[in-house]
Structures are given as structure tokens and as C-alpha cells.
Design a protein around this ligand. Sequence first.
Ligand SMILES: [Zn+2]
Length: 213
Amino acid sequence: MSELQPVSLPEDAPYVNALLLQMLRGVEDVLGTNGLHAVLRASDLSRYINNPPPNNLDSGVEAREYARLNAAIEEFTGRAGKGMLKRIGRSSFRWGIKEQSAVMGLAGIALKALPSRLRKRAILLGLRKGLMDIVEYGLVDVQDVGGVMVYTDYACTICHTRHADHAICHLYAGTLGEAMVYATGKDFRAFDIVETHCKAKGDGYCRFEIRDI
Ligand SMILES: [Zn+2]
């Protein structure tokens, strides 16, 4: 286990415009425009209806807004929430690759020559770099533990200020899954992604284990 320390975020910690925008694009893709507007209203974020944050790296939004939107989607979609959030995470990643490659930290990573295991690691390290470069308090660790990729976010915003008796960062799992698709060219179903620890249930970080099925 890494010796990195949990990051304690103030409740009103800022967040980067481009990352909230990426999520809004994913929500719209999966739930449709009406669905997006419904969850924005439900999470008291109506001001983003037809008025998304700009695609830039300014900290113009709040981490808890990002978290609140996640919670609203879970409530809105009920029992399907986990799957929906994963789909949104996958869609957000794809949009980010197209429209925000510099933000994603993946520009210039040459994958072709690498074996699959190293590709996966390279992409996760790219995501880590992207987040840590643009989010002032970002702290992410990536380990390859015998072929299991372990991705740990010490300052996860999906569950910021939220509480649950189980792990809730399903959107993150979806994004990591799509990152594995990007790395390997395989279908997302080829990967099993489990959030073993989550700040929402009192852990010091959100930790994901990524395995090939
Ligand atoms: Zn979490």
C-alpha cells in the first residue's frame, strides 16, 4: 500500500470547469438532454442548464457540485444508477479524449510498441498526471500489483461531502474502464473494476482494482 496521505478537502473546494463540463457531456449522452436538465434541477445546479462551464482549466466550479450531480443521478435512475453512472463515466472519457486531450494527460503517449500491461499502466499514469496537473489538490497513485492495476485517488471529488455505507464512485469506475478500452482496444466488459475503498464510507481514499476478466 502506498504511503501517500489522505487529502482533506474543504467543503467548498474549487474544481476545474473542464472536468465538470466533461461530466455534463457524458450525462447528456446517456440520459438525454431532458435527463441532464432533470438531474441538474434535482441537484440545485439549474444554472448550468443551457449554460455549461467553459472548456478551460479555470477553477470556476465546486467539487461538491460535481459530487451533488453524481448523487442526483443515482437517485434519478434508481436501481439502474450504478450502471448508468458507469456508462456516464465511459462516455465522459470518450468525450474528453476527443475534445480535451491535453486535459486528460494522454496527449503524446505512444502505446503502439508497448505490451498490454504496460499500455494500461501508461494510460493510468497519464490520467494521474492530467488530474494532478490541473487540480490543485489532486493526488493520485497508480500501482501495478502483479498485473492488477491499482488506482487510488486521495482527493476524489465524486464523493466529496457525501456519506454512504458502500463505495459510490461508479462514474470513476466507468472512466477507468474506458481508459482500459483506450489502452488495449478490448471491450469494456473485458475488465473487472472494483472500488475497494471509498472516502464516502470513511476510508482515506477511493481505491480501485482493475483486473482482466
Ligand atoms: Zn469513492
